[in-house]
Design a protein. Structure first.
Length: 245
């Protein structure tokens, strides 16, 4: 997606019902929230075709509509959430009254069905809590980079193998408590590790049999990060052997 002036960061995540791609304009972060633009506006675009899927030219139409809204309404594009059947553009503006203008633009679209909405969000909670990537979301970006690097080495990504996830904590007793919960969550516990100069020096490797399907890896790293966060821990990296033909 290309929105003029946006420093777009994209990552794989999920909504309540399906997998999704999230995009956020990172250039807004240092100035947000902007006091004069405390109204959240959104435009959810769907295809009018029978199959209901958004792809090809209709995805481009969504992006064009978002740019039109940004230009005509003088609103700030904050990001988007894209699923197989819907793409929602998220904006910030100065007035709830802009919703009527957005709906007027939406009604003129021939090939898209667009639902628009607005509410006050002075603190930009949607930007910071929904769009901005936390540790688990950002790890999906790193997962993609690692998988791409292995692909370039000729790895057969669809072959299952043992993957090691390296997680670190502030103390050994906390690490041991984490290990107990990780074992119950289905991970094999490997050897303890030590990073002398780190603020989180006490580590452990967790092992899991998996392919390098990105969705599968994303699910695993998200589970580890959620568990580790209870114990002030951090997933630092993961690695595995290369499986070639």
């Amino acid at each position: 997606m290309a929105i003029k002036g946006a420093d777009l960061l994209e990552y794989d995540w999920h909504t309540e019902k399906s997998r999704a791609v999230f995009g956020i304009d990172m250039s807004l972060y240092s100035a947000a929230p902007i006091a004069s633009d405390g109204v959240l506006l959104y435009a959810s675009c769907r295809s009018k075709k029978d199959d209901g899927e958004l792809r090809g030219i209709r995805l481009s139409m969504c992006d064009s509509f978002f740019e039109l809204c940004q230009k005509k309404l003088n609103i700030i594009f904050a990001g988007y959430i894209e699923t197989r059947r819907q793409k929602r553009g998220i904006f910030y503006g100065s007035s709830i009254d802009l919703l009527d203008d957005m709906r007027e633009l939406a009604d003129k679209q021939l090939f898209l069905s667009i639902e628009c909405g607005a509410r006050r969000d002075e603190a930009w909670q949607t930007y910071f809590k929904l769009l901005y990537p936390d540790a688990a979301k950002y790890r999906t970006i790193e997962n993609g980079r690692t998988i791409d690097a292995l692909r370039k080495q000729g790895d057969m990504l669809n072959i299952s193998r043992r993957i090691s996830f390296h997680v670190f904590f502030p103390s050994e007793p906390i690490r041991i408590m984490f290990e107990q919960e990780a074992r119950l969550a289905g991970f094999a516990i490997g050897e303890p590790e030590f990073a002398d100069e780190s603020d989180l020096p006490h580590g452990v490797s967790l092992h899991k049999i998996s392919t390098l399907d990105k969705r599968e890896i994303d699910d695993i790293t998200t589970r580890i990060i959620r568990i580790a966060s209870k114990y002030d821990g951090m997933l630092v990296h993961w690695d595995c052997g290369v499986v070639r033909r």
